[in-house]
Write a protein that binds this ligand. Sequence first.
Ligand SMILES: [Zn+2]
Length: 228
Amino acid sequence: MNKIFLVILLFLLSNTVSGQLKVAITIDDVPNIKKFEKNNFQTKLLNQLDTLKIPIAIFINEGMLYKTQFVSKNFDLLNQWVKRDYSTLGNHTFAHSRYSDVGYENFTADIEKGEVITRELSNLYNKQLKYFRFPYNDLGNDSLQKNLIETFLDEKEYIITPFTIESSDWVFNYLYEYYLKCNKKQEAQRIANSYINITLEYFHYFDSYLLSNMADILIKYIYAMIIQ
Ligand SMILES: [Zn+2]
């Protein structure tokens, strides 16, 4: 067992050192209905992803379907996301509620309400719905609330999928769209560049954090073996 642990650790460490890190791209709050009508019921994001052909996981808020008057169009948009062979499905609750605010009963109801249509679509496209992401990564007020919800999700065979690197894209997007609206394209571009740069910095930071942590664990493990 100890040897297996060491081998895994060394494997992870060697992968990290050699730059073989992997990242999972995840997109929350799907379907993206906000600009859908304005863009003539086209989604630039999905079109862009089609050209990239990279695997992504989407975390769905079914409540989004009813946020505009074009409900059937919004259904069609969700259908488009789900049917893509590169998309993996996740539940992100119906209403994007915050667990520590609404409490266990309301939150579990929100989880179950948020999986109805996605399950139908997953069956239609022969996919699974097994991932769950907490809105705001909020796992509750205390360990009791956290344990309760983990048990609930476990019984429903969901895998909890927190986001790790997140660079506040919504803040940058707010400014980006503001400058575009004011026809200040240079300013908008400056915001876009800042977003890309800070995101890369986040990646760099967490890569080095991971590396130093794993090296630390490895040293402690070896030390523990020596003094045994
Ligand atoms: Zn979200």
